[in-house]
Design a protein. Structure first.
Length: 284
């Protein structure tokens, strides 16, 4: 039972990382290899606000979202938008280059040292029956659930959300209905980057951070989207949680050295049996 709970807690963070990645990939057909760099930026926003000004890590979440969203909007509007309809390989190369720039800038500014966000309550735990659960992880899980509900509401019940979904489903029809596709692309990328940065803030409360941490989480996001499906909340949530559970049980059974390998093996098996992902959604 403890292994399952640990998998759910970790999987919730993975789901938040995958959510923005899935949105950008599903709506824009852009595999954003800079997504992990936005996770890193959010983590360091929380770290520096906590270290320099003593701001509680949970209070930094809106700041991380805004910083990631603004940076993402600018990058998409003035760089990625120029080749957004180019072949996927071109956007892969461009976003990979952006990632290299962001990571190296972080290395120059902050060095490659590992850092940690350690508020006074970092080691606080509570019990539910026989389970001993860290306060930080449960708080992160609660925040992920709340944010997922809010984001789902935005996608399904607001004008912006309907415009995003219309653009994903039929680009030309969305244009004919008056949707400013270029602006929707920029806003979609901004939301994806903001969610990535927010996920980075949550990660900084649980694990050590470094400027090169994004490589791991871009892999997690890719696997989660492939497992769950693209463009929606449910796919990212299912994929992220599933990876967390698989990793937790693989560590328990095989040891930590097989943690990532087992998750990728599961990806291969799912794609062989269900090529469109668990939810059966089309790839874009």
């Amino acid at each position: 039972m403890e292994v399952l709970v640990e998998g759910l807690l970790v999987g919730a963070v993975y789901a938040m990382v995958a959510l923005g990645f899935s949105l950008v990939w599903g709506v824009m057909n852009v595999i954003n290899l800079a997504h992990g760099s936005f996770v890193m930026i959010g983590a360091f926003v929380t770290f520096w606000l906590f270290r320099l000004y003593g701001v509680d890590p949970f209070v930094t979440l809106p700041v991380s979202f805004v910083v990631g969203g603004v940076l993402g909007y600018v990058i998409q509007k003035f760089i990625i938008n120029r080749i957004v309809r180019a072949p996927p390989f071109m956007t892969l190369i461009l976003t990979y280059g952006i990632s290299i720039i962001l990571v190296n800038a972080a290395l120059i500014l902050w060095t490659a040292d590992y850092r940690a966000v350690t508020p006074s309550y970092a080691d606080t735990t509570f019990t539910i029956g026989p389970l001993l659960i860290p306060y930080m992880k449960m708080s992160v899980l609660t925040i992920v659930i709340v944010l997922t509900v809010i984001f789902s509401y935005i996608l399904n019940h607001t004008r912006l959300g309907r415009s995003i979904r219309a653009t994903r489903m039929d680009l030309e029809a969305a244009r004919l209905m008056g949707v400013n596709v270029a602006n929707i692309y920029a806003l979609t990328f901004a939301i994806g980057a903001g969610l990535a940065a927010l996920a980075g803030s949550l990660i900084s409360m649980l694990y050590p951070i470094t400027p090169v941490m994004g490589d791991h989480y871009i892999g997690i996001a890719f696997v989660a989207c492939a497992l769950g499906g693209l463009g929606g909340v449910r796919g990212a949530l299912i994929g992220g949680v599933l990876i967390g559970i698989i990793e937790a049980f693989s560590v328990w059974i095989f040891g930590v050295e097989f943690q990532q390998a087992v998750a990728y093996i599961a990806l291969v098996l799912v794609l062989i049996l269900l090529p469109r992902g668990i939810l059966g959604q089309e790839y874009y």
